[in-house]
Design a protein around this ligand. Structure first.
Ligand code: DQA
Length: 143
């Protein structure tokens, strides 16, 4: 199994960014935890963060050639804006889980719309950094 974890804009600031909303765990800590879990299960996992929409799209497209078979993605603010990232994911036809640290349904109304959720295998929102771990555990048992 080969899993790609994608983090969208501003998630590089986790830990210092509105900790009351996004928690105090850093992105490095999240990735380290995922890498450790993957290692235990003999799974290849690559994590990538970018603040640039095009770079995230390039990574999604690359997943097709890289034999990725599952994507875990927190599109961050692009959740609510990026038809282009949605289209890239649709093109890969890969199963993916959409993760949000915060509960996007309990916040501003503009966060309630996601361009990804109807294509996602499932959505985890509001469980903080744990959400990524739960998504990975699911991905490990899927198919
Ligand atoms: C987020 C929620 C988004 O609305 C926001 O723009 C983010 C992070 C989350 O993980 O809770 O940057 O995706």
């Amino acid at each position: 199994k080969n899993i790609l974890v994608l983090h969208g804009p501003n998630l590089n600031l986790l830990g210092k960014r509105e900790p009351e909303v996004y928690g105090s765990v850093t992105l490095e800590e999240i990735n380290e935890n995922l890498l450790n879990l993957a290692k235990e299960s003999d799974i290849k996992l690559v994590a990538f963060q970018s603040n640039a929409e095009g770079e995230l799209i390039d990574r999604i497209q690359q997943a097709m050639g890289d034999n990725v078979d599952f994507i875990i993605i927190n599109p961050a603010a692009y959740t609510h804006t990026s038809i282009a990232m949605r289209d890239a994911l649709a093109a890969t036809r890969l199963p993916f889980i959409e993760v949000h640290l915060s509960n996007i349904f309990a916040r501003e109304s503009f966060r309630k719309e996601s361009y990804f959720s109807d294509l996602a295998l499932g959505v985890i929102s509001g469980l903080g950094a744990k959400g990524y771990e739960l998504a990975l555990k699911y991905a490990l048992t899927a198919r």
